[in-house]
Design a protein around this ligand. Sequence first.
Ligand SMILES: [Zn+2]
Ligand SMILES: [Zn+2]
Length: 262
Amino acid sequence: MLIDSHCHLVYQGLVERQAEVLANARAAGVDGFLNISTREREWDEVVAVAEREPDVWATVGIHPHEADQHADLGREKLLAASDHPKVIGLGESGLDYYYDKSDRDVQRDLFRMHIGVARETGLPLVIHTRDADRDTADILADEMGKGAFPALIHCFTASPAFGRQVLEMGLTISLSGIVTFKNAVELQEFAKEIPAGRLLVETDSPFLAPVPHRGKKCEPAFVRNTAEFVADLRGVNVEELAATTTANFFALFTKAGRKGAA
Ligand SMILES: [Zn+2]
Ligand SMILES: [Zn+2]
């Protein structure tokens, strides 16, 4: 049993062959999928996949790239959308200073708004952060000081120092196919030190196909390649890594295990 903790099943590249990519993944032993939202207008479609497929869950939230378009979203809308039984988390939200597609102040405001809703609902926040280690850590520390909330860093590519900081704050770390890339030496070293109970794996499909699928459209079945690679790094077999990361998923996303949500 293996769970893809982060995929975009309604994005181009997957949406056209959604049934096929889900079947491929199930055949590869992947039997849980967290379908991630990035903007308000896709929430209904993202949640609809989860309504249709028993092993798919959904998040609602605003990606930092989309922050400018959602400056006036308001927490009530997010709160209301998060009430759906198959919505088990929030996000992806956070800071992206690499592409800088939205005003940084708006990114930070929306990130804090998502954190507030995570604290209030107890739903974990799926955090996207790129080239923004310092501001992300500062906001997390400040907000944790106001009251704890569950969260994970998805597609972790930041520095080991940042990784240790967020682990200390109680966050979980999710590794994508990037960890399999030949030049990801620092990330591979850090992957060995993440505590077993705080680790997840994901594809972020349709992006970031892991080795040996690089250059292809990424799909959830490929989470197995990332799991095998990470298991090898950590000196455990893939079955053990699959069992651990699956247990971690349900321990973090507690709503996935609730009656009526599965
Ligand atoms: Zn992301
Ligand atoms: Zn994503």
